[in-house]
Design a protein around this ligand. Structure first.
Ligand code: ZN
Ligand code: ZN
Length: 433
């Protein structure tokens, strides 16, 4: 399969690995710049040329942290209506929610847009600054595990889209000013994305803990589970299932995620239950000249459409209505196809799984829009926006559907029902250099 210039499937043995999404064992040859190793069975990208730069992730992370620090000390957005000027700072997106008695929502917003990204950036600095040092190796392993666990929860780019949607929403009502903090936050998000793209999980584990040595060479072109092997989901090392814990990162090993379907469906149904109040209750309360208007997600979209803001109405409709429903239906369909042991279109269903994992976080846009508008529009009875109860319920829907997609094991799509049980232990244990 061609990707960029060319990509390899099998060639003289260099490094064994198993596909994260279909459990297929393969040999990955040395890659050249522009090449990618792709799974021949499900087309999952196995790896590209490792990013070996040590300084780059640190430089981008430090730049991002400085920009994040700066973005909290100047006005973020400003608006003027009938001669009255109002500014908001970045941290007010959370503190206003706190003042309005929505502590859980304030924590959710602040966690995803500032705290978790800051923790990830600090972890990158800690890991890369001590690379090659033997002292503190155990702690560094923990940092690396946590870094890759937290990265999916950094929603900086989603927050920026939320800012843009908010700006378009109020552009017809007031004059808008972008403060210094806004530009600092844009630079922070760009540097953060560069830092994340500069880190390479495989190289990092290989560099700090060495390769995992298998006592017997695996046979390529078969399932890892049939050879009593598994790919460690944390460090991506191919390890024997005879070990209870990964010899490299000490994560508990499983051939398949335990009770994957049960967890996926339980989280999904909880999300579906929360989706009802998220749509029935008001997500935002607008006060204009002393008159309060309660708007639900759908009501807000209809209002935007009537006002002629078609692109914003479409963005909110896709993010808040279409994505959660499509995602929930897709996960149910995936679980059903595993349960009924469906054999056809496995590659298509794996692509659908990747899509559900990718789109889930973008639904958070509407929650961020509510937080930004509530922090910015605070002019008493003249014009004010308050968060509604549905905002927290909707944030819950997004988090639960994300957790549900993460609980699903895509390797089940490629298993026959009889093969999903773990075979009897027969392999030798592995060691790390
Ligand atoms: Zn695969
Ligand atoms: Zn591991």
């Amino acid at each position: 399969m061609k990707r960029h210039r060319r990509s390899h499937y099998f060639s003289p043995a260099v490094q064994y690995t198993a596909c994260h999404e279909c459990d297929w064992i393969m040999v990955v040859p040395p890659l050249q710049p522009g090449e990618q190793a792709v799974c021949p069975r499900c087309e999952h990208k196995i790896r590209s040329l490792p990013t070996q730069a040590r300084l780059q992730p640190m430089i981008y992370s430090i730049t991002a942290l400085i920009m994040l620090f700066c973005s909290n000390f100047f006005p973020f957005l400003g608006m003027a209506v009938k001669g009255i000027h109002q500014d908001m700072t970045l941290y007010q997106t959370a503190t206003t929610l706190l003042e309005e008695q929505h502590p859980a929502l304030a924590l959710t917003v602040y966690l995803f847009m500032q705290i978790l990204p800051a923790i990830c950036l600090m972890l990158i600095c800690l890991i890369y600054s001590r690379l090659g040092h033997w002292r503190g190796k155990r702690l560094r392993k923990r940092y690396t595990l946590w870094l890759f666990r937290l990265i999916p929860w950094c929603m900086v780019e989603v927050f920026l889209i939320g800012v843009l949607v908010s700006l378009i929403k109020i552009a017809s009502l007031a004059d808008i000013e972008l403060g210094y903090s806004f530009w600092a936050y844009v630079l922070f998000s760009l540097s953060m994305l560069k830092a994340f793209s500069a880190i390479d999980r495989d190289w990092l584990w290989l560099h700090q803990s060495g390769p995992v040595h298998l006592r017997q060479s695996p046979i390529p072109s078969g399932r890892a589970i049939d050879q009593n092997l598994t790919l460690c989901h944390a460090c991506h090392g191919l390890v024997s299932l005879k070990n209870r814990h990964c010899p490299r990162c000490h994560t508990v090993l499983h051939a398949r995620k335990p009770n994957s379907l049960q967890w996926t469906l339980a989280l999904l149904f909880t999300a579906a239950v929360l989706y009802v109040p998220a749509n029935i209750l008001p997500i935002m309360v607008t006060e204009s000249l002393g008159q309060q208007t309660y708007s639900t997600i759908l009501g807000g979209i209809v209002l935007l459409w009537d006002m002629g803001s078609y692109p914003v109405a479409l963005i909110i409709f896709i993010a808040s209505i279409l994505v959660p429903i499509v995602k929930m239906l897709a996960i149910i369909w995936l679980c059903w196809s595993v349960y009924t042991n469906r054999e056809h279109h496995r590659r298509g269903r794996t692509r659908l799984y990747r899509l559900t994992e990718f789109i889930g976080r973008w639904s958070m846009v509407d929650v961020f829009v509510v937080a930004i508008l509530a922090a910015l529009i605070r002019m008493g009875k003249l014009m004010s926006v308050y968060p509604g109860t549905a905002a927290l319920a909707f944030a819950g829907v997004v988090v639960l559907t994300m957790l549900s997609a993460m609980s699903f094991d895509p390797r089940l799509l490629w298993d026959n029902e009889a093969d999903t049980t773990q075979p009897e232990s027969k392999g030798a244990s592995d060691s790390v250099e």
